[in-house]
Design a protein around this ligand. Sequence first.
Ligand SMILES: [Mg+2]
Length: 342
Amino acid sequence: MGKMTEGYWPYEIPAAYGGPVTGFREPIQPRSRHKWGYAEVTDDTRFTLLVAASIIEKGRVDRRDIARRILERPIKGWPGWEEFKAANNLDHIGYRTGNGAPMRIAPVGILNPPYDLRRLVDDVEAACIMTHYVSSAISAACAIAAAVSAAIEGWSKKELLELAMEAAREGRKRGRPDGAPPIEEVVRVGLHKLEGAETGIGWDLRGLNPGFEAWEGASFALCLVWGCDGAEEAILEAVNQGGDADSIASMAGGILAALNPGSLPAKWIAEVKRANGFDLAPVAKALAGLRSKRAMHRVVPIPADPIRALRGCARGEKLLERLLKARQEDRKHEQDEKEHLG
Ligand SMILES: [Mg+2]
């Protein structure tokens, strides 16, 4: 749906479509080199599916296999393909700074449970190094992957954003430094603006730009995740803000749909399926299968006092559950203390 308004200024949208966008229409894109059809997906979804197919076939993130798949055929609408093709090298390292990194990273977030952030960040780097080995782009992609991962677990939005910010900080240590604003700071400013603001189509988010740079797009998407009730609202909001509408809608919509699958209208899913001839359900299922394999080897968070947590337990008496419960209580206690101090 974002293709309808990608590259638009917000004021151009009602002029082109006769009012705010509330559903699929044939995209009016006179500035695009391509013709776009009703409900046709853009490079975000094409790239995401490419990464997903590679992970499903290899059972892990394999940077050379992803590079090989990118070289196979042009990704319609992705501006980096020709440059990538010219390099023609499976070990190529690219230095793009745009939303191409965070927009395709959801499969890495589905693959990795949120308990092992280091592994998630390693996988994000491997999935992006061939095109976006720049610290701001890796940081943005880490934030989005972590948010998807936490959303699947049903974490609260606060916990989800905290993990995304931690991942953003870790991700910034990778890739070539580029001096872009840290996305944690941009998100902090965005959330501050949202406090008490009227939400609904056309929010006033002055100071936050729905831009094409990864630090802009990912932080805008995370603010939408915080402020919107579900995927439908976030997608319509992103679409009506213009800019890199398709990429931001796919990031925010992906996270909120993972958190609450019912918030993505079934009608839209059916329309996308019909227009593009693919079924995303088996892809999601295969990725979820790989995730549960990883989750079986997950690191168990140990509470501050494990002996106390297990006191009185006999062998086989749900020891793992006891440890997790005690850890959750610790976290709640830490949180209460933090709020009390703050
Ligand atoms: Mg885009």
